[in-house]
Design a protein around this ligand. Structure first.
Ligand SMILES: [Zn+2]
Length: 166
């Protein structure tokens, strides 16, 4: 019998990204999804970094991410595929806890930057459990938030405590 406590810091990443905005080509509001393709446009002394988004019809929109200075005269345009950085300090293997006899896993949220639903956050950071599995466990009551049964779409805030019962 073992109770393990972890601390997580949640940051909004570039991964989970859909944006609702007007599409010039569609002529109405559309949902743009991040293609995870990043583009660097160098323009004189600045490098602009864009994320390429697409609407349902495939029209592109370049979302400006960063501007940084270049000290070289060399000007080029580079398209890059961004690796999906799922690796993070928060990532855990639930099976390895289970295998070492953990019966309750408690996750304290030390900081929360952005909007996070409990089901999505857990699906992102727990390697072996899909969002479907997590939704099921929340409904069954084997995942609690602050000692209470919650809905899968419950919002996470700083100081929250997630309990997972194996
Ligand atoms: Zn469009």
């Amino acid at each position: 019998m073992q109770n393990v406590q972890l601390s997580w810091n949640l940051y909004k990443t570039e991964l989970e990204t859909t944006v609702e905005k007007h599409c010039k080509n569609c002529g109405h509001t559309a949902i743009f999804t991040d293609t995870h393709i990043r583009r660097h446009n160098a323009n004189g002394k600045n490098i602009y970094r864009f994320a390429i988004y697409k609407c349902e019809k495939g029209h592109t929109w370049n979302k400006k991410l960063h501007i940084y200075k270049t000290y070289s005269e060399h000007v080029e345009t580079v398209d890059t595929f961004q690796e999906e950085h799922q690796e993070s300090l928060n990532n855990i293997s639930i099976m390895s806890y289970k295998n070492t006899g953990t019966i309750e896993l408690t996750i304290l949220l030390e900081s929360v930057h952005g909007f996070f639903r409990i089901d999505k956050a857990l699906a992102t950071y727990i390697s072996e459990w899909s969002r479907t599995v997590i939704t099921e466990k929340i409904k069954q009551g084997s995942i609690h938030l602050n000692g209470q049964q919650i809905k899968p779409n419950a919002k996470l805030t700083v100081g929250d405590c997630i309990s997972i019962y194996m």
